[in-house]
Design a protein around this ligand. Structure first.
Ligand code: GLA
Length: 714
């Protein structure tokens, strides 16, 4: 018999599931122990499923019980499924306290998060005093933790939850509290005495020579010390992916960070997904890739992006550690964190992280086998425009079948697909289907894809863009992925008030066969009065499916950006819309300098003692983009580092007419007076104001003062 592990790997991605199972044999009927096993809250009715799928489900589950990673005769493995809980760092930084931990634990109970599977309440950095005690032990800060860690743990345990703590494999933690390097035994012993259940072990001030051997030594020292206490303490290795922990850390702890710290923005989230997803092969029960704690609810991303965060963490079998202030969590935050269908995927007892099956141009398809024989398939779109993404069911590891049942784990909708698992995925969204083979096709509404886009958007715009008063062409393509034909398909477009729409050809079809698609086009006239901003164009498809001619509708939305050229005359850039902005710190301020944090925290723009009534307060590195539509001939502007900074600040200012550099300040420092730049913009569609940091990004408060355009009018 092959080893159970190689059988399972082979099995996971085989199309001939039943045959492999026969070759592998099944494992003993051992009880699964350790973390409770969670099932989806809506149990799948298996009576409709193909018989081979049901058999595969049973056999796969029992094979999973025979996996490696568990000493013979022992039922326990720590973190058999990825840890779920809370950690204070992302939302509170150093502002941690017993009160916060207790209130969060209470909220686990009252908000149903405990019932959803969340268990650990974890304390991050800054809980200790700056010095060890006379006995050499770490001392909890009595102001922050009046009952100590032991008292806090007792409270959390009293609620049926677990407590986690933080330490560092260096001389000091990242925030400068005592490190555990050389103190591993006494610290592990102390944590065990306090009844701690989880340790996150960080990597600051590590005195390391950077070799893998050194990392393994430092992390093993604490791992061994924890094990020697005899208390089961989940060990979270936090070395930020520096020396490929996915290759060694499973021997030492239960999870390992694969990347640097997550930030509450899309660039960080999508980059971490790109780094963590390909490491799927390293994860197994008791050994997990950790792409860092959740940012859901912290305000820096859209609801769609937070949904992607949760969906992808669940597909990647990642720890689900809530990183927001639960006392203030919105309904959307709680809805996302409590999606029991996705939690069931994350916590599936097979413990197989989703394999990346396709990854190109910002679009990814991932699939993972689940213990009941279903597959979870994720379609991830990290691009700025909607994308139709899909894969054949057999390529996702499903057996050949007449059709497949798709359950959308965000909407709960059930659909049937003949062979393609596909969806039109909005920008930055992730569709997750739980897929099972069906014995008989024709009972569920057919899966469809429905994409719409502008044919001739304004060149150089980030997404679909149109100019007020002008026309644009819209196309839509509707595809039938179901097993039967559709009838009476009709497409129509809804536009904002004051806009016009006219079909360019046929917009309906009598029938649409399985696997067929139908496209239609429209000319859309943008209202001349439309103000700059985003508008939705919604295409609706209506059709009949099945023997009973059941009526169904689908919609596809294109969010277009309306651009308005500047008016005639001398126009201040502070009065026209910014089409897109990136900024080093906080928002770009209008008529004040950049105070680095929230909107409105700047001071009057002042360069070299000269105060300006108007201007844009940016922070390098920054880029502000304006739409000119070829109407403007010149820009004059005074640039410099704001006087609110007296040291460090230095940056350069550049002006681009489309992609052509038309003015460049060279490096300006805090001591330089304002420099007047004049730029020729003739014929340019776009204006880009760019600032680049000097040697550091420290204090680079880059002012664009009195920025005046000369324009010819609409
Ligand atoms: C590092 C870790 C973070 C957090 C901080 C605390 O940056 O990666 O997750 O624990 O330290 O100082």
């Amino acid at each position: 018999m092959k080893s159970s592990r190689s059988c399972l790997n082979w099995l996971s991605w085989s199309m001939a599931v039943a045959a492999v199972l026969a070759a592998c044999g099944t494992g003993p009927d051992a009880e699964l122990a350790g973390e409770p096993v969670r099932a989806a809250d809506t149990p799948v009715d298996r009576s409709e499923l193909a018989p081979e799928a049901a058999t595969a489900a049973d056999r796969t589950a029992s094979d999973a019980e025979d996996r490696d990673h568990r000493a013979p005769g022992t039922a326990d493995i720590l973190a058999r499924t990825p840890p779920m809980g809370f950690n204070d760092w992302n939302a509170f930084g150093c502002d941690v306290s017993e009160q916060l931990i207790k209130e969060t634990a209470d909220l686990f109970i009252s908000s149903g998060l405990k019932d959803a599977g969340y268990q650990f309440v974890n304390i991050d950095d800054c809980w200790a005093l700056r010095e060890r005690g006379p006995d050499g032990r770490l001392v909890p800060d009595p102001q922050k933790f009046p009952s100590g860690i032991a008292g806090t743990a007792a409270y959390v345990h009293g609620l049926g939850l677990k407590l986690g703590i933080y330490a560092d494999a260096g001389t000091a933690t990242c925030a400068g509290y005592p490190g555990s390097l050389g103190h591993e035994q006494i610290d592990a012993q102390t944590f065990a005495e306090w009844q701690v259940d989880y340790l996150k072990y960080d990597n600051c001030n590590n005195n390391s020579d950077g070799t893998r051997a050194d990392f393994i030594n430092r992390y093993s020292a604490m791992g061994n010390a924890l094990r020697a206490t005899g208390r089961p303490i989940v060990y979270s290795i936090c070395e930020w992916g520096q020396v490929e922990p996915w290759e060694w850390a499973s021997e030492i702890g239960q999870l390992w960070r694969t990347t640097g710290d997550i930030q509450d923005n899309w660039a960080s989230l999508s980059s971490i997904i790109g780094q963590n997803a390909p490491l799927f092969w390293a994860a197994k029960p008791g050994a997990w890739n950790d792409p860092d704690m959740l940012e859901i609810g912290n305000g820096g991303m859209t609801i769609t992006e937070y949904e992607t965060h949760f969906a992808m963490w669940s597909m990647m079998a990642a720890p689900l550690l809530i990183g927001t202030d639960l006392r203030k969590a919105s309904a959307d935050t709680l809805r996302i964190l409590s999606n029991t269908e996705l939690i069931a995927v994350d916590q599936d007892r097979l413990g197989v992280q989703a394999q990346v099956l396709y990854n190109l141009a910002g679009k990814m398809v991932l699939a993972r086998p689940l213990a009941d024989g279903d597959r979870a398939v994720a379609l991830y779109n990290s691009t700025a425009v909607p994308a139709t993404i899909g894969i054949r069911a057999v390529q996702a590891g499903l057996p050949v079948a007449d059709a497949y049942r798709l359950k959308n784990l965000w909407t709960g909708e059930l659909h049937e697909a003949a062979s393609m698992l596909s969806a039109t995925v909005p920008p930055h969204a992730t569709v997750v289907y739980r897929v099972a083979p069906l014995q008989r096709a024709g009972k569920l509404s057919p899966a469809t894809t429905f994409g719409a886009d502008l044919v001739n958007p304004v060149a150089g715009a980030v997404g679909p863009a149109v100019v007020a008063g002008q026309q644009a062409s819209l196309t839509a393509t509707f595809a039938n992925l179901g097993a039967g034909s559709l009838r009476s398909l009709a497409l129509s477009v809804q536009v904002p008030p004051g806009w016009t729409v006219a079909a360019q050809g046929a917009t309906s079809a009598r029938t649409l066969a399985s696997g067929g698609s139908f496209g239609a086009g429209w000319t859309v006239g943008v209202s001349p009065d439309a103000t700059s901003g985003t508008y939705d164009l919604t295409v609706t498809a209506t059709y009949l499916w099945g023997r009973n001619a059941t009526r169904a509708t689908a919609t596809s939305t294109v969010t277009v950006q309306v651009l308005t050229p500047p008016p005639a005359g001398l126009v201040s850039l502070t009065s026209i819309p910014q089409v897109s902005v990136t900024n080093g710190w906080g928002p770009v301020e209008i008529n004040t300098s950049n105070g680095e944090q929230p909107a409105g925290d700047g001071v009057p723009i002042t360069i070299g003692g000269q105060v300006y009534a108007q201007g844009l307060g940016a922070h390098a590195p920054s880029e502000i983009v304006f739409y000119l539509g070829g109407r403007c001939s010149a820009l004059t502007v005074d640039v410099g580092i704001d006087d609110e900074k007296t040291a460090n600040g230095s940056a350069s200012f550049r002006i681009y007419a489309d992609s052509q550099l038309v003015a460049d300040s060279g490096t300006r420092t805090v001591t330089d007076p304002a420099l007047t730049l004049t730029a020729n913009l003739s014929g340019a569609t776009w204006l880009h104001l760019v600032t680049d940091p000097g040697p550091t990004t420290n204090s680079d408060h880059t002012d664009w003062a009195e920025p005046i355009l000369t324009c010819a009018g609409r």
